[in-house]
Design a protein around this ligand. Structure first.
Ligand code: B4P
Length: 190
């Protein structure tokens, strides 16, 4: 199973990716998590992307594509993966197409989680209290959402044209959303 999880900040991509990954035995690959781990460990990559992620901007495609290329080349991704937070730009879509073509693989589905703006802001502000993530302030959340609308939301149309897009209502409890995603995956496998 090769999946992409698409959706605005706070839609629940990370939460659902972890659950789907565990249920289907494929690694969940989150570019956001990779950047945060590098920032925490103060690696050269972490130092390079710290300011960008803290302000809600996108890390340049060359950096992000190289990281995903390395990650997809690892053994555990050979038979499937779930991408969370990648691709986010048309340049990343093109790079991923290239990586998949080189490996002789194809995507099975793109799941787009949809949520109300107010709900998203509420979720991320709640997470700010729990986890204190540098990019979960109201101002930065608005910037992340603006960038999502401008750069990432249009990717849904690209995947719709390819017949891969499945829109899933991301409102409600975590369990409800997981149930909807599993229904989609059941249809994809049939
Ligand atoms: P990400 O880590 O991907 O951040 P995000 O889009 O804001 O998603 P996040 O994982 O935080 O939210 P989720 O939907 O899981 O990226 C962080 C930064 O890294 C970016 O801003 C950018 O700077 C950089 N970056 C990452 N990938 C990049 C790329 N490809 N190109 C360029 N730059 C890149 O929401 C989770 C929250 O909602 C949690 O608090 C959770 O508990 C809560 N939640 C989930 N489901 C819920 C439910 N049903 N009900 C209530 N709460 C729920």
């Amino acid at each position: 199973m090769r999946l992409i999880m698409l959706g605005p900040p706070g839609a629940g991509k990370g939460t659902q990716a972890a659950l789907v990954s565990a249920a289907h035995g494929v690694p969940a690959i989150s570019t956001g998590d990779i950047f945060r781990a590098n920032i925490k460990n103060e690696t050269p990559l972490g130092l390079q992307v710290k300011e960008i992620t803290a302000s809600g901007g996108y890390v340049p495609d060359e950096i992000t594509n190289a990281i995903v290329r390395d990650r997809l080349a690892q053994e555990d991704a050979a038979h499937g993966f779930l991408l969370d937070g990648y691709p986010r730009t048309t340049g990343q879509v093109a790079a991923l197409d290239e990586m998949l073509a080189e490996a002789g693989h194809a995507l099975d589905a793109v799941v787009e989680l949809t949520v109300d703006t107010d709900e998203v802001v509420g979720r991320l502000l709640a997470r700010a209290v729990e986890q204190g993530r540098a990019d979960d302030t109201e101002e930065v959340i608005r910037e992340r959402m603006r960038l999502y609308a401008e750069e990432t939301a249009p990717l849904a149309a690209v995947y719709r044209e390819r017949g891969l897009l499945h829109r899933v209502d991301g409102m409600g409890s975590v369990e409800e959303v997981t149930g909807r995603i599993e229904q989609v995956l059941g249809r994809v496998r049939d």
